[in-house]
Design a protein around this ligand. Sequence first.
Ligand SMILES: [Zn+2]
Length: 113
Amino acid sequence: MHEMSLMESVVEIACETARANDARAIRSIRLDVGVLSHVNPDSLAFCYEAIRRGTLAEDAVLEINRIAGEGWCLDCGKTVALTERFGACPNCGHHRVQMTAGDELKIRDMEVI
Ligand SMILES: [Zn+2]
């Protein structure tokens, strides 16, 4: 389950950021998780429960923001919705679509006290 190591990095980065800002604790962490990333949001939330204990994020609420998939179709020359990695363009049916969104896993923002 790679969600465990991903979540460890998220909490680590959040705690470092909080310490750098002289915060006493983290109140919330908001994550952007793309629907095309190979990350399961439920697993992330589950791992978070285990990892946050004893850290500055102990009482922080985790919010997971799902980002829709999007790609650039080289044939249509425009941005199209993408429902799967390397999926076909919904306009022309070709597979020359470069993913531009939906693959992210990042901290959007966080609140500290
Ligand atoms: Zn197309």
